[in-house]
Design a protein around this ligand. Structure first.
Ligand code: SF4
Length: 330
């Protein structure tokens, strides 16, 4: 049985909307609204959805940049919001992040050696020579040589800067790395190289990843499991093979239809109509019903139940309940 490294249980994050001098709360932005999933040791889980789906808010909760409104985030069976002292420091070392734009995450006043050695200096007792050797070995792991040690971020290409950000992320020997759109700011030719590097490092260092992206086409080869999220709720979840071979949710199929061949194999290209509804006042019933080409009456009234297609392939859609499938065919 796999061990859950990270377990998210019914996570909700509502941001209050305040008005007036006294900041009276007049409503809430329901960015994440009851999301549950886990990441097992050594697993790559991809969280896929449009901007505003809540995926980045989940990452920010994991990085302790936001406090959940309710629900639990358990890491190694401990609630991360309750961690203090050494346990909190261990968590921060153990969970690292790589962000979309490496140039925004690297301090322009520091050279590569300073950028990578900064977190190491504070948690490992190394002499200057040992530190230099360690940082050089990290650079080698990410495909850069020692000549990069003295370079500053502005002297690096996008791909090189992302490799430096990855070297920094692995410097404290983490177990889990949150990859927040790690390739979307890079040229298409460089994206594949960075994904291959991440796949190699995962194997070599026994890492787990939570990959956050809007782009289904980048997740196939790196993911073990895929979670499709829309307006703060999970729409479908399954193994990478299941989602790519047999996507069940209309939203997932529309996401597939918007990416280039060879992944686009589910009929004609379908353009997603309109903008997602406001998370301040999400639609009743199925959250996707205002944009779904297959919506039926019940979709507008009742939230769809969880339908299991396999042990791990689950979809939340009325089309897949026996009771209502005949209604949709008429
Ligand atoms: Fe579309 Fe209804 Fe399924 Fe929602 S539940 S995705 S509205 S068919």
């Amino acid at each position: 049985m796999n061990t859950a490294l990270l377990r998210i249980e019914d996570l909700k994050k509502y941001f209050p909307i305040r008005v007036g001098l006294f900041g009276k709360v007049v409503g809430y932005i329901k960015a994440v609204d009851g999301v549950s999933f886990n990441v097992d040791a050594g697993e790559v889980v991809s969280l896929v959805g449009e901007s505003g789906s809540g995926k980045t808010t989940i990452a920010r909760c994991l990085l302790l940049l936001e406090k959940p409104t309710s629900g639990k985030i358990l890491y190694d069976s401990e609630d991360i919001t309750q961690l203090r002292g050494e346990k909190l420091r261990n968590y921060r070392r153990s969970v690292q992040a790589v962000f979309q734009n490496p140039f925004l995450s690297l301090d322009p006043r520091m050279n590569v050696f300073q950028i990578i050695s900064e977190p190491v200096k504070n948690s490992m007792k190394l002499s200057r020579e040992e530190l230099l050797e360690y940082v050089s070995s990290l650079l080698e792991l990410v495909g850069l040589d020692k000549s990069f040690l003295d370079k500053y971020p502005h002297e690096l290409s996008g791909g090189q800067a992302q490799r430096v950000a990855i070297a920094r992320a692995i410097s404290l020997k983490p177990k889990l790395i949150i990859l927040d759109e790690p390739t979307s700011a890079l040229d298409v030719s460089v994206q594949a190289q960075i994904l291959n590097l991440l796949a190699d490092l995962k194997k070599e260092l026994s890492l787990s990843y939570l990959l956050i992206t809007h782009d289904l086409s980048i997740v196939k080869y790196i993911s073990d499991r895929i979670i499709i999220i829309y307006l703060g709720k999970i729409m479908e979840t399954g193994s990478s093979e299941e989602i790519f071979e047999n996507p069940l949710h209309p939203y997932t199929r529309i996401l597939f239809s918007s990416i280039p061949d060879p992944y686009r194999k589910f009929g004609e290209r379908v353009i997603l109509r309109g903008e997602p509804p406001s998370p301040v006042n999400p639609p009743p019933g199925c959250r996707f019903h205002t944009r779904c080409p297959y919506a039926i009456d019940i979709c507008r009234k009742q939230e769809p139940p969880e339908i299991k297609s396999s042990l791990i392939h689950k979809v939340y859609c009325w089309l897949h309940t026996e009771k209502h499938s005949s209604e949709t065919k008429t």
